[in-house]
Design a protein around this ligand. Structure first.
Ligand code: ATP
Ligand code: MG
Length: 611
């Protein structure tokens, strides 16, 4: 969060407002006060001077109206004497002007040259014309002091009409009043500064009581933005700010609660998304991936990071065929085929649109599901049916052609008929074998069968089967026994296991040349008995070794069929060995021979029991 600048802080603003208000108030009071005080002082000064002037005026009027003779001193001298007498204290100078506007006398000794000269002061002229006093404040050119000038007409009121017989002009020093005012203003200014300092200090303290909770709340809000809800704002009182602080704390609690609920929901959703086996991809309204769960990333063989923000169609590898709009309107699931030559890999994608209440498309949810297995099963099933039909059709067509020939009269031919019947018999037996094998497999698929376990000494059991083959073998092959001396006991379903070993041995004989060897052996490892039946016949090409346990699989179809095989023997063997809890596999080299291994679970204790 942005830091609040010093001058932008409420604290400083509040203090500034206080100070400004105080300054304005003090200024208004001060201005009014000094104005009034100045007026008052000037009034007092003027009225004291005017009182004295009244006296002077009286004496001068008497003097001017007096009948003069030679014994008396001249009017100028006597006026000067009067003026000198009054010209004391604040009065700088008093002049008497006669009716013809000439200076009759002045109290100022240095200014005696003025006597007899015409006076041209405007206030004297005004006093003459209006017969009233005039005053003004002017600046003394010599002393640079302010002076108060007053011109008062001297009226002769003896006659019927009053008549101006002269005027008195005075100049008094008013500067000291202004000096006094300056002093008072200075005192006032100092008072103002002092009160300002005090109010600033008080203002800071008072403002703190308001701003402290506010900055507390600010810090709290900042902490909340960072996800820290543990702080609480201190409540200082019950005023508006206190209430605000309480409301703020409530808000914090509610926010914390709702945040933890949202967080909980988010976690639940995240765990649902990551624990489901289906892949889920969510996009924004422009089709860019905003969420992809772990299984989806795994199914697409990508990391979550590298898919985020990419268009969903490109991540699914269908951007050439479908646009994002096409996916939005896609009602049917879409199969994405990522199969390679080595392995099939098919994903099924279901699309659903997320919409706002207004119907506005908000995004697309894609659910991915691995259907490789299902597709493979479907394919296997189709293949199986095709195989079964094919396997049955071959003997049936053979039989039909032989039976047709018999029906058309061959039954009468003594040297052909038995052969024809023999062929149909063989084919029927083949079909019965095939159907029996299929029934066996189908039983195992539906787990309808039960294994009848019995404890047998494996050495003897194996030996008996080998002997049976040795007795009946039509081919010139040598049987080599690599069986251990010690007796080992295993718990197996002897019928089923006989069937398995029969098939492996008959295969070995079938695919071995005359004079070949077949080796039999078994070893015991930990809790497994590992059986080995090995031949040095034609072998199996490397790429096909893994497939010989598939149903109907034959390396060389034509040759195998001629040997009576349908390709189900090893498939049944695998089912049976797995039902026993073991494994079966083959190792082979083309032209050098084949070894079939299978394991059976073996418990060591049983040996001890029987010994
Ligand atoms: P069935 O056993 O049903 O009569 P089959 O022997 O052809 O017919 P499997 O036993 O399942 O079928 O064997 C599958 C195929 O594996 C055989 O057709 C053969 O091509 C190959 N095969 C099995 N054993 C050997 C072996 N010992 N040597 C070479 N090829 C073998
Ligand atoms: Mg076989």
């Amino acid at each position: 969060m942005q830091k609040v600048g010093f001058f932008k802080s409420i604290h400083v603003k509040l203090v500034l407002i206080y100070v400004l208000l105080i300054i304005i108030a003090i200024q208004i009071i001060g201005l009014y006060f000094s104005q009034k005080l100045e007026e008052n002082l000037i009034d007092n000064f003027q009225s004291s001077i005017e009182q004295r002037i009244d006296l002077v005026e009286y004496s001068i009027r008497e003097e001017l109206l007096k009948q003069r003779d030679e014994t008396m001193p001249t009017i100028e001298v006597s006026l000067t004497t009067i003026l000198r007498e009054f010209s004391t204290g604040d009065l700088n100078e008093i002049r008497v002007i006669d009716s013809r506007n000439r200076v009759l006398a002045t109290s100022d000794l240095n200014n005696q040259l003025l006597v007899g000269q015409k006076s041209n002061d405007d206030i004297i002229k005004k006093a003459f014309t209006t017969e009233d006093s005039f005053e003004k404040i002017a600046l003394d050119q010599n002393t640079q002091n302010r002076v108060w000038l007053l011109a008062t007409p001297i009226l002769d009121t003896m006659g019927p009409d009053s008549e101006v017989i002269g005027a008195i002009y005075i100049e008094s020093d008013i500067e000291k009043i202004f000096d006094q005012m300056d002093e008072i203003n200075q005192i006032f200014a100092i008072g103002t500064i002092m009160s300002l300092v005090i109010t600033v200090v008080l203002g800071i303290l008072v403002a703190r009581t308001i701003t402290r909770p506010i900055s507390d709340m600010r810090r709290q809000a900042q902490a909340m933005a960072k996800g820290n809800f543990s702080r609480k704002v201190r409540v200082y009182g019950t005023d508006e700010i206190g209430q605000l602080a309480i409301a703020f704390n409530n808000l914090t609690n509610r926010l914390q609660e709702s945040q933890s609920t949202t967080e909980g929901e988010r976690r639940k959703l995240a765990s649902v998304l990551s624990n489901m086996t289906d892949g889920v991809i969510a996009t924004d309204r422009r089709g860019r991936i905003i969420l992809i769960n772990e299984p989806a990333a795994r199914l697409l063989h990508m990391s979550q990071e590298e898919t985020l923000n990419r268009p969903v169609a490109s991540v699914l590898g269908i951007e050439d065929e479908y646009s994002f709009e096409d996916l939005i309107y896609m009602k049917e699931p879409l199969n994405l085929d990522f199969s390679t030559d080595e392995a099939p890999y098919i994903l099924r994608a279901n699309f659903s649109v997320t919409q706002k209440e207004t119907g506005f498309v908000n995004g697309l949810i894609t659910v991915l599901h691995d259907i490789t297995e299902q597709e493979k099963n479907d394919m296997e099933r189709r293949e199986f049916v095709a195989n079964v039909s094919h396997e049955l059709r071959t003997p049936l067509t053979t039989m039909r052609s032989y039976l047709d020939a018999l029906a058309e009269g061959a039954w009468r031919e003594e040297n052909i008929a038995p052969h024809f019947l023999n062929v149909t018999q063989t084919e029927t037996e083949r079909m019965i074998r095939l159907v029996n094998d299929l029934l066996n497999l189908s039983k195992m698929d539906s787990q309808e069968y039960e294994l009848n376990f019995e404890l047998v000494e494996f050495n003897k059991f194996f030996e008996r089967i080998i002997e049976r083959f040795e007795m009946s073998k039509s081919q010139n092959v040598d049987f080599i026994r690599l069986l251990p001396e010690t007796s080992y006991f295993v718990e197996v379903d002897t019928d089923k296991l006989t069937q398995v070993i029969d098939n492996i041995i008959s295969n070995a004989i079938k695919y071995s040349p005359d004079g070949g060897n077949i080796r039999f052996g078994f070893t015991v490892h930990d809790n497994m008995l590992k059986v080995m039946i090995s031949d040095d016949g034609m072998g199996i090409p490397k790429e096909n070794v893994g497939r010989i346990f598939d149903r109907f699989y034959r390396v060389d179809r034509a040759r195998a069929r001629s040997m009576g095989g349908s390709g189900l023997g090893l498939a049944i063997a695998q089912e049976m060995i797995e039902a026993h809890g073991g494994k079966i596999w083959a190792e082979s080299e083309e032209g050098a021979g084949t070894t079939i291994f299978f394991t059976l679970p073996y418990e060591l204790d049983e040996v001890g029991d029987w010994e």
